[in-house]
Design a protein around this ligand. Structure first.
Ligand SMILES: NC(=O)C1=CN([C@@H]2O[C@H](COP(=O)(O)OP(=O)(O)OC[C@H]3O[C@@H](n4cnc5c(N)ncnc54)[C@H](OP(=O)(O)O)[C@@H]3O)[C@@H](O)[C@H]2O)C=CC1
Ligand SMILES: CC(C)CCC[C@@H](C)[C@H]1CC=C2C3=C(CC[C@@]21C)[C@@]1(C)CC[C@H](O)C[C@@H]1CC3
Length: 418
């Protein structure tokens, strides 16, 4: 098949070989983490404690529960929204519309889960099902990505993403061919990025907290902190849902296995690793240390939210009094770049805040194991890679003005370090 466009787009993720390796490595890593979290030694770098047979992975009940979950989130997506936002301008100069009702979906899910548990739904039994649920999510991600790949075969050329159309089926399956695959108003990528995985993550955390309470009489302070911090993060993402419309995942990347698996399986089952670890490896945590950890999370959140809000406000309305006094650089595109405020400290202050929060999520798990720090390590690698991709795109968009910005703000994520 001749690549219809983007044949000159540089191959990412190590090209077809890298994509093939990641297709196997990502699910393998997720299952390794799930198995290790519940094993006694919880050694991140050792072999898995055992290799689960198909009977431990495959469960029709888990598949049914998973599909019901996806159905519920899809139904909540279709409910009337408080606002319908327009996305970025597309190649054909049109803009797509997106419902802004993610926070509403979170609240309604919480209400339904609350009602369900008071009616006898055994939420504390969920942790026992994590392995087959993760298997069902992985299976769904593979099948769904295949559907997306086929759907792109009949999509108009203008609907294809800049990357992901190399002509190599494995690479294109991994990266994703179509930019915004939808059926009528239902946008698959936007739906998956924020709903089933992110909300699923906090429900899994909550189930782990409930099971800890059932096992030990009450949830530990460490479990409360991890649940609270991550709920704040997910609530914040859904409250500021509109901001996701300007991320490279929505504006640049195709929707393929990487994002489908990332959104549906990787986020709920590996981002909940700290809570999983705590259930099987209780950690003592005193009030003084808990206060320090809360402070670290608060600082991280302050930087993350401050930086994201400053850029979003500036992009929406540069004359807004909150950002009008900031120094800027003009670019040939007519857009401006901030060079003071948060974006004058480093070129990705929001990543810095996100990383500080990631540290705060691991610290309640103590320092005896590396496993709870997996998220911090993976996330550092993800953000360093993402930052490099974003720089390439910004250099392409802004040319000389971007060089000037880099000269004025030399550090990428951590001041005086990187
Ligand atoms: N938990 C997780 O797994 C993940 C979390 N995240 C988080 O999601 C959030 C969004 O991240 P992401 O989409 O990567 O990128 P950003 O929100 O950092 O957006 C990057 C874009 O911002 C604009 N920009 C860059 N510099 C400036 C400047 N000086 N002034 C004005 N605009 C500028 C450019 O776009 P333009 O000029 O076109 O507006 C650039 O492409 C972050 O907080 C990140 O930490 C991201 C990935 C994974
Ligand atoms: C499976 C791979 C290793 C990579 C998968 C990457 C995805 C998990 C992430 C790509 C961009 C993401 C964003 C978020 C969650 C993780 C994924 C989907 C947020 C929604 C997290 C909350 C923030 O406030 C906004 C983020 C946007 C990008």
């Amino acid at each position: 098949m001749a690549p219809p466009q983007g044949s000159r787009a540089p191959l990412e993720f190590g090209g077809p070989l890298g994509a093939a390796a990641l297709l196997l490595l990502l699910p393998a890593t997720m299952f390794h983490l799930l198995l290790v979290a519940r094993s006694g030694p919880a050694r991140l770098l050792g072999p898995p404690p055992y290799l689960p047979g198909l009977e431990a992975l495959w469960s029709p009940q888990a598949l049914l529960l998973w599909l019901t979950w996806l159905g519920l989130q899809a139904a909540l997506y279709l409910l009337p929204a408080r606002k319908v936002a327009e996305g970025q301008e597309l190649k054909d100069k049109s803009r797509l519309c997106y419902p802004i009702n993610g926070f509403q979906a979170l609240v309604l899910t919480a209400l339904l889960v609350g009602l369900g548990t008071s009616a006898g739904l055994p939420l504390g039994a969920l942790p026992e099902m994590l392995l087959p649920l993760a298997f069902s999510a992985t299976l769904t991600a593979f099948i769904f990505s295949l559907f997306l790949y086929m759907k792109a075969l009949v999509a108009p050329v203008s609907a294809l993403a800049p990357g992901g159309n190399s002509g190599n089926p494995i690479y294109d399956f991994f990266l994703g061919r179509e930019l915004n695959p939808r059926i009528y108003f239902f946008d698959f990528k936007y739906f998956c990025e924020l709903r089933p995985g992110l909300i699923g993550w906090v429900i899994i955390n909550l189930a782990l907290l409930v099971q800890e309470a059932e096992l030990r009489g009450s949830p530990s302070l460490a479990m409360w902190l991890v649940n609270g911090f991550q709920l704040l993060y997910v609530g914040d993402a859904l409250w500021h849902e509109e901001a996701v419309l300007t991320t490279m995942d929505i504006t640049h990347d195709g929707f393929g296995f990487m994002l489908a698996f990332g959104d549906l399986a990787w986020v709920p089952f590996t981002y909940s690793l700290q809570a999983q670890f705590l259930l099987y490896h209780p950690q003592p945590l005193g009030l003084p240390m808990a206060s320090i950890i809360c402070l670290i999370n608060a600082i991280g959140y302050y930087v993350f939210r401050g930086a994201n809000s400053q850029k979003n406000t500036f992009r929406r309305n540069p004359s807004d009094p909150r950002v009008a006094g900031l120094e800027t650089i003009s670019t040939a595109t007519g857009r401006q770049l901030l060079v003071s405020g948060w974006w004058g400290i480093v070129r990705h202050p929001n990543y810095l805040g996100d990383l500080i929060m990631a540290l705060a999520w691991s610290l309640p798990c103590g320092v005896s194991h590396l496993l709870p720090y997996f998220y911090l390590l993976y996330f550092t690698a993800l953000l360093v890679h993402r930052e490099a991709r974003d720089e390439r795109q910004c250099l392409q968009k802004y040319g000389l003005a971007w060089h000037e910005y880099c000269r004025r703000v030399p550090y990428r994520i951590v001041p005086y370090v990187y």
